[in-house]
Design a protein around this ligand. Structure first.
Ligand SMILES: Cc1cc2nc3c(=O)[nH]c(=O)nc-3n(C[C@H](O)[C@H](O)[C@H](O)COP(=O)(O)O)c2cc1C
Length: 189
């Protein structure tokens, strides 16, 4: 697939078939992730692959986090839909930034964190494009932040959660979501 064709054809997939995903394909998608550019080549990414066996545990934790928010009177946004997507997906990859320290980030550390988060985002985008090229659907999920403490503890991670990516064979063909035209979002000088 041509790169521009992959960029234009990729969609967020929120319905997956029951067909399992081979470890080989998951590894290929992860490999595309680590080929992303990163500030100072720091490669600020660590991945956790959650497959079907561990999926019920992951979902129970995610849903407990959502419930906690609801009980506290906060909006839970689209998180229940995202949990339903994770429930169908044969694999969900959690992405963490291993370099972020929660404590006392000074100005320079904050800048470095912005750089690292961009780099991790590039890895996630690479994974989406590789998945699409391999005929696999993917959803970038930040609703995992509704259960950030619970999911991080379950994965044994103390660093910065970036996102999760659910993967599987698509059971839908969504239309392209609208985009603001380039002219509207660009100023040429
Ligand atoms: C940083 C980021 C976080 C996202 N989080 C979620 C999410 O938690 N749940 C969800 O259903 N979609 C999520 N999405 C997918 C967006 O809704 C989607 O990319 C957007 O609507 C455009 O649609 P498209 O990806 O099909 O072009 C996320 C996308 C990005 C880039």
């Amino acid at each position: 697939m041509e790169t521009r064709e992959a960029i234009a054809g990729r969609r967020s997939i929120r319905k997956f078939t029951d067909k399992p995903l081979s470890d080989k394909l998951i590894a290929e998608i992860l490999h595309a992730g680590i080929l992303a550019p990163s500030g100072k080549n720091r490669q600020p990414w660590r991945f956790y692959v959650v497959k079907e066996d561990k999926r019920p545990e992951m979902l129970a934790i995610m849903r407990a986090g959502i419930e906690k928010h609801r009980e506290a009177g906060h909006s839970v946004g689209s998180s229940e839909n995202s949990a339903r997507v994770m429930e169908q997906a044969p694999a969900t990859i959690f992405v963490f930034n291993p370099f972020h320290e929660d404590k006392a980030p000074g100005a320079l550390e904050e800048v470095m964190n912005v750089v690292d988060v961009q780099s991790a985002g590039a890895a996630i985008q690479n994974m989406h494009l590789a998945a699409h090229d391999l005929g696999i659907g993917a959803l970038w999920i930040c609703d995992v932040f509704y259960a950030i403490e619970e999911l991080s503890a379950w994965l044994g991670e103390k660093h910065q959660m970036i996102a999760a990516v659910s993967l599987g064979y698509a059971d839908e063909k969504p239309d392209a979501r609208p985009r603001r035209p380039v002219e509207e979002v660009t100023t040429w000088l």
